[in-house]
Design a protein around this ligand. Sequence first.
Ligand SMILES: [Zn+2]
Length: 85
Amino acid sequence: MEREYIFRCKVCNKQLVSAPKIQVCGCSNRMEVCDNKVTANDLDKIEMINAYPRKKKKNVLANNDLLWQESRKRRKIKKLDFEIR
Ligand SMILES: [Zn+2]
């Protein structure tokens, strides 16, 4: 789940990136990619091109979200203090 895979169908040259939903290449080999699993009529004609960690990107996004939430919270507290005084 932490890695992203790219599968290539050697019959039609289409590349599919692993995703939670099913994707098909559309040719007679009928390559189907779902999560990190791949199926096809002929798996010999399927090639895994690249696999790289997806974690880094997600962590950056999560950190940014956290920072944004944190700054929002501080703004709210400030505003509240101001109204009380
Ligand atoms: Zn294909």
